[in-house]
Design a protein around this ligand. Structure first.
Ligand code: FE2
Length: 200
């Protein structure tokens, strides 16, 4: 079966005003859809065609750049939408909160570090909170273009898309305002915490 654009668990206007309905129409409806369409064209007749999307990302990394770019972008976007909720924002609870405070000193210091790293991610890319199994610790990681922790040892917990298409309609060049808005008002910390419990 062909890869499909995932259904969102919220309406396209549900993330406003942090992310407008118009941005969602383009970002989800056109950019994400295009990665899925391109991927389906690229994998036709190849073994990738019969794999799960995360398998395609891992198997194509360093092997088939065009397939990887579109598969990773399809996966990264799906993960990004899952990290957001109209009822999101605030802070995580439990173990994730405790471990963030243990590393950064406070949740606010973590939030500011994440926003600063996202603002400093040169060009198009993604800013992630990951669990590093080697150090058994939390880390903020920037990736460029379609790069994804899924193709590394790190386990992705949270991501914010910092490609210009994610924010230019609503914020023009003010990426930092977009990332701060997402962190303060949209992050689904229940989803991020579940990822953390599974990771460690
Ligand atoms: Fe995007």
């Amino acid at each position: 079966m062909a890869f499909q654009l995932p259904k969102l668990p919220y309406a396209l206007n549900a993330l406003a005003p942090v992310i407008s309905e118009e941005t969602m129409q383009y970002h989800y409806g056109k950019h994400h859809q295009t990665y899925v369409n391109n991927l389906n064209q690229l994998v036709a007749g190849k073994p990738f065609e019969h794999m799960m999307l995360d398998e395609v990302v891992m198997m194509s990394a360093g092997f088939d750049q065009a397939v990887f770019n579109n598969a990773a972008q399809a996966w990264n976007h799906t993960f990004f939408w899952m990290c957001l909720s109209p009822r999101g924002g605030g802070q995580p609870g439990g173990r994730l909160y405790n471990d963030i405070v243990a590393k950064w000193g406070s949740f606010e210091a973590f939030r500011d570090d994440f926003v600063a790293k996202a603002a400093g991610n040169f060009g198009s890319g993604w800013t992630w909170l990951v669990f590093n199994p080697e150090t058994e610790g939390l880390e903020i990681v920037n990736t460029s273009n379609a790069e994804t922790p899924l193709a590394s040892d790190n386990i992705p917990l949270l991501v914010v898309d910092v490609w210009e298409h994610a924010y230019y309609i609503d914020y023009r060049n003010a990426r930092v305002d977009f990332v701060r808005g997402v962190m303060d008002r949209l992050v689904d910390w229940d989803f991020v915490s579940r990822n953390y419990y599974r990771a460690c």
